[in-house]
Design a protein around this ligand. Structure first.
Ligand code: ADP
Ligand code: MG
Length: 154
């Protein structure tokens, strides 16, 4: 069920959305991003990292699979665009280790849906058919994600 939707008119507004969500992030939170190339997923992650106080470069870890940005809490950034089957993930990243200390955000999360914890906040991004902006729809998998979605809604 969709918990929240919005039209995000610009890249700057997308980054601000990430910054706003970052204020509510706690260790153990998972954010699963979906949407085609160019939908604004990495832009949103940049806002999350900035909102946590990270000042370095934020780019998709397309080949390395995971980047970590160390701010108020560590943010693990995954991009599954080139993932060849969910098994490849198991050898590279340990979900327990990531979520014990930090929050996790995954681009192309729909490439490994069974690997994503049930209580993730899913954010589906799409180009707005009515203009240059984007549409964002939030789906909450459980109470933890509902808390994040509620933060977006207020
Ligand atoms: P993705 O990671 O989904 O492929 P990016 O975050 O790299 O997408 O963004 C692709 C392009 O879209 C960038 O030029 C970015 O500045 C722009 N962009 C991001 N969000 C928006 C938005 N809400 N409205 C308009 N342009 C946006
Ligand atoms: Mg990207």
């Amino acid at each position: 069920t969709v918990a929240w939707t919005a039209r995000i008119p610009s890249a700057e507004a997308m980054e601000r959305l990430g910054e706003r969500l970052a204020a509510a992030l706690q260790p153990g939170d998972w954010i699963a991003l979906t949407g085609p190339l160019g939908a604004g997923k990495t832009t949103l992650v940049r806002g999350l990292a900035r909102g946590l106080g990270f000042r370095g470069r934020v780019a998709s870890p397309t080949f390395t699979l995971v980047h970590v940005y160390r701010g108020r809490l560590p943010l693990y950034h995954l991009d599954l665009y080139r993932l060849e089957g969910e098994d490849a993930l198991r050898d590279v990243v340990d979900p327990g280790e990531m979520e014990a200390a930090g929050a996790v955000v995954v681009e192309w999360a729909d490439r490994a849906p069974r690997w994503i914890p049930a209580d993730a906040l899913w954010l589906d991004l799409a180009v707005d058919p009515a203009g240059d902006g984007r549409r964002v729809a939030a789906r909450a998998g459980g109470d933890r994600a509902r808390r994040l979605a509620a933060h977006l809604a207020h």
